[in-house]
Write a protein that binds this ligand. Structure first.
Ligand SMILES: *[C@@H]1O[C@H](CO)[C@@H](O)[C@H](O)[C@H]1NC(C)=O
Ligand SMILES: *[C@@H]1O[C@H](CO)[C@@H](O)[C@H](O)[C@H]1NC(C)=O
Ligand SMILES: *[C@@H]1O[C@H](CO)[C@@H](O)[C@H](O)[C@H]1NC(C)=O
Ligand SMILES: *[C@@H]1O[C@H](CO)[C@@H](O)[C@H](O)[C@H]1NC(C)=O
Ligand SMILES: *[C@@H]1O[C@H](CO)[C@@H](O)[C@H](O)[C@H]1NC(C)=O
Length: 440
């Protein structure tokens, strides 16, 4: 749709400039409203849409009519005036030359030094004639000077008018193009979100061509927890994910898993960006992929935790979105429900919602005098610094020292002082997402 609309827009711009050349009264009178009423914007289907792909739609937009500033017609008038003046000046120049020649002719005999009978009366008459001619020449040359000044003046006015109108017209065309672009964009949005043909396809899941996440595989009847290939954004690449088809009806795309400490989570920005680990064991799916997955649909987040005493609890968030790298993978998480407690919104001072991603080499946290990622050996949406950190070090038992292990601040008994300063550790952690409106 984009190329077609741009082509259309550029032809609109061309039309605007051809009007500019014509620039007469009639085009000025045609109002936009009239054109719009006569021929409203129409969106027509041209065959079936591929799910998530380009829709073969044709947009009919009303013809573009541009209203030119009224002064525009003045340019033509000024042109005519200038032309008239030029002709006048040429005529003056010519007559000037003629009279100069006459003057030379009358003086010629004297200059030739030929002695000829020259009666006083005749000489007098000649002198008068020369004086007459001289004053005529003076008059003509001053006229010429005036005319030249006038031409210069008009020329300046013409240039000013030209500039003025060009600027007006350019900004006018710009605003029209911006308006049309927004119309085209809104039509584009309608196509991908409310396209009736797409809805039809979604109710007939066998026709799925693109699987955006694990719920799409669940819909076509896949029931084994496995690795599948997903394409959350058809314009971007596809990648493999691990799907949990068992928990709470299944359809979950797993973002992170810890279960034995086989993968080192003390990693830099680049690793957290693209992902690392083993999808069947321990891994971080990657911030770019998490962004694409949470961008394509409204997602809910489920976090499962198990400690070494066999206690299993979960946290469910009805809203989960991770922004792109430019926005430093900012976390948006909300509407908690579950049994493990809302450690992501622990208190006013420890709140991971709306925090940026921080790694040991990229400090985006709210701790002013250091890097939480470096201190707690992981990448996470640190505040200053944490009430939860599921990417902390994997300890196989209780540990002492810096609390840099896997941590969930609302876990029963975790904040109470442990004998000898020991800290609790976790056996298993899993983070996974599923579309909010998915019904298993
Ligand atoms: C332009 O409009 C003016 C007044 O509205 C009119 O006098 C003039 O004849 C028109 N010129 C043309 C070229 O239609
Ligand atoms: C853009 O289009 C809207 C709706 O037709 C209109 O209200 C608005 O004035 C237009 N803006 C410009 C700059 O033409
Ligand atoms: C994990 O990686 C970090 C950084 O490369 C390294 O300093 C640390 O020793 C590693 N930990 C283990 C347990 O291998
Ligand atoms: C694909 O996604 C990545 C990560 O979000 C982004 O940097 C890139 O610009 C995207 N490419 C396209 C063509 O949308
Ligand atoms: C939490 O989830 C349970 C079970 O799905 C549900 O019954 C309850 O209404 C939910 N509570 C809130 C506040 O969403």
């Amino acid at each position: 749709m984009k190329p077609a609309s741009w082509c259309w827009l550029s032809s609109a711009v061309l039309a605007a400039f051809s009007l500019l050349v014509a620039g007469n009264n009639e085009t000025e009178e045609i109002k936009d409203e009239r054109a719009r009423d006569a021929c409203p914007v129409r969106l027509e289907s041209r065959g079936k849409c591929e799910e998530g792909g380009e829709c073969p739609y044709q947009v009919s937009l009303p013809p573009l009519t541009i209203q030119l500033p009224r002064q525009f017609s003045r340019i033509e008038e000024v042109f005519k005036e200038v032309q008239n003046l030029k002709e006048m000046v040429n005529a003056l120049k010519k007559s000037c030359q003629d009279c100069k020649l006459q003057a030379d002719d009358s003086r010629a005999p004297g200059r030739n030094g030929q002695l000829s009978p020259s009666p006083g009366s005749l000489e007098e008459a000649d002198d008068n004639r020369v004086q007459e001619l001289e004053s005529e020449v003076n008059k003509l040359s001053s006229d010429l000077k005036n005319a030249k000044e006038e031409i210069d003046l008009l020329q300046g006015r013409l240039e000013k008018l030209n500039l003025l109108n060009m600027n007006n017209i350019e900004s006018y065309v710009d605003s029209k193009v911006a308006n049309l672009t927004s119309v085209v964009n809104s039509l584009d949005g309608k196509c991908s979100s409310k396209c009736p043909i797409q809805e039809e396809i979604q109710s007939r899941p066998v026709q799925h061509l693109i699987y955006k996440d694990c719920s799409d595989y669940h819909t076509i009847g896949k029931r084994s927890s496995e690795i599948y290939r997903v394409t959350p954004d058809p314009k971007n690449s596809s990648f493999e994910v691990f799907c949990d088809m068992e928990t709470m009806g299944g359809g979950w795309t797993v973002l992170q898993a810890r279960l034995d400490g086989s993968t080192n989570f003390t990693r830099m920005w680049r690793d957290y960006k693209v992902g690392f680990g083993n999808l069947r064991r321990e891994f971080w799916l990657g911030n770019d992929k998490i962004h694409l997955l949470t961008k394509s649909k409204d997602m809910i987040l489920r976090i499962d935790l198990e400690d070494f005493n066999g206690v299993k609890l979960y946290a469910l968030y009805d809203q989960f979105y991770v922004a792109n790298e430019f926005l430093r993978y900012r976390l948006h998480v909300g509407n908690y429900n579950g049994t493990a407690g809302d450690a992501l919104h622990f208190s006013k001072h420890y709140n991971h919602d709306l925090k940026f991603f921080t790694t040991p080499d990229r400090d985006n946290d709210r701790y002013p005098s250091g890097n939480c990622g470096l201190y707690y050996s992981s990448g996470w949406w640190f505040d200053a610094c944490l009430s939860a950190n599921l990417n902390g070090k994997y300890y196989h038992q209780k540990y002492r020292g810096v609390r840099n292990g896997i941590f969930w601040g609302t876990w029963p008994g975790i904040s109470e002082a442990q004998p000898y300063g020991y800290k609790s550790s976790f056996k298993e952690v899993k983070m996974m997402i599923r579309p909010k409106h998915f019904k298993p």
